[in-house]
Design a protein around this ligand. Structure first.
Ligand code: SAM
Length: 365
């Protein structure tokens, strides 16, 4: 059967109009939790966001309307954010939830969402996020982001492992980040959000500031009052928007940057020479000197005073040194007894410790 262009246009307009209609009134989150006798699990860090104006403000951070967009929500729980996302008319919403007790409530939402809600029972750390987005809408890295969003009121105990996984993907532009610069909008403990955003000389400047800012623009959008959650969390919560940069400040994979920054920041209040020295066997003072000569960084500066350019130069210097001694990347600790397992008393790599790339990967998990 053949359709005229006019008929197709009319059909498209009707579908668009329907998907922009708000969801019918539904039971509140508290009513749903009561109805299904679900209690928050401490183990899964369940603090449910129920305040409608806060939920709306959170979802509006992605855009007033989400028509034509595809969203992956992390940990939908009883579905307050899920519902607000659906209300904005995305073409699809994939909600990944580990706790099956919420499925009847999510299914209830799905029933009125015209097939736009896909509920996935999985651990977000194992789930392949590529499945949540249609590949034909992907955009090239230097173009505008694709019409995709990763969103969620994240369980705090997995927020950092998840972000590290995504940062690793961003730095390689692989996994879900092979589809373009997908923005992430999430809740984080306020203190974690501040560490992510901190500039040099600010109290919260830390390992996380460098490893997130070299790849992404991070914006702390607003703070959610503890009373907007049931049960109220012990700490304050921030909403953060993370957008991958077109050009990274340090052109190295996340793990390599994290390795250097972790060591340097370990002695945050001391001169940076202490942290830099912990990247090498104790007997290789020559390599510490080489690091400072190659990078041009002043060894008296404190790690939390160093700029992104300083960290970039330190990372590049370490890469140059590790190019000749790749075993240096294997030792991810400050403990000398572990160093001595991989390097002899002169600081030369032990010949029997030539681990494979697989071993290196294991160390970074
Ligand atoms: N988004 C809901 C809200 O705002 O009310 C629930 C937020 S609650 C802080 C976190 C949710 O993430 C819970 O529903 C929990 O079961 C889920 N969750 C915890 N760990 C998870 C994981 N590894 N993968 C997917 N979901 C997880």
């Amino acid at each position: 059967m053949k359709f005229s262009a006019k008929l197709l246009q009319q059909a498209k307009a009707t579908v668009e109009k329907m998907s922009s209609l708000p969801m019918p009134p539904l039971a509140t989150v508290q009513e749903l939790l009561k109805l299904y006798s679900v209690k928050a699990s401490k183990h899964l860090s369940q603090n449910f966001l129920y305040h409608p104006s806060v939920v709306n403000r959170f979802v509006a951070s992605a855009g007033k309307r989400l028509t034509g967009c595809h969203v992956c929500e992390v940990g939908p729980g009883p579905g307050s954010i899920t519902r607000a996302i659906l209300d904005r008319g995305p073409d699809s919403l994939t909600a990944v939830e580990k706790d099956a007790r919420f499925f009847p409530m999510l299914k209830y939402l799905g029933d009125v969402a015209d097939g736009r809600l896909k509920i996935v029972h999985d651990d977000i750390l194992k789930y392949n996020m590529l499945e949540a987005f249609p590949p034909h809408l992907a955009t090239a890295w230097h173009e505008n982001p694709p019409p995709f969003f990763i969103m969620g009121n994240l369980p705090f105990n997995i927020s950092l492992p998840l972000l590290f996984k995504l940062f690793d993907n961003i730095s390689h532009r692989n996994g879900v980040y092979s589809l373009g610069r997908i923005p992430i909008i999430i809740t984080l403990q306020k203190e974690v959000a501040e560490r992510m955003c901190a500039e040099p000389m600010e109290d919260q400047r830390s390992r996380l500031s460098i490893t997130s800012q070299y790849l992404c623009n991070i914006t702390e959008l607003f703070i959610i009052n503890r009373g907007s959650f049931v049960p109220a969390p012990k700490v304050e919560v921030s909403v953060v928007k993370i957008l991958p940069k077109k050009e990274f400040d340090i052109k190295l994979p996340f793990r390599d940057v994290d390795h250097v920054v972790k060591h340097v920041m370990h002695f945050r209040q001391k001169k940076c020479i202490f942290g830099v020295a912990s990247l090498f066997p104790q007997t290789r003072k020559d390599l510490v000197e080489t690091m400072f000569r190659l990078s041009g960084v002043n060894h008296n500066m404190k790690p939390w005073h160093l700029s992104m350019e300083h960290y970039r130069d330190l990372c590049y210097a370490f890469e140059e040194i590790a190019h000749d001694i790749p075993q240096l990347k294997l030792v991810d600790t400050y403990q000398q007894k572990i160093w001595l397992k991989h390097f002899d008393e002169n600081g030369d790599p032990r010949p029997d410790e030539n681990q494979s790339q697989e071993d290196v990967d294991r160390l970074f998990v």
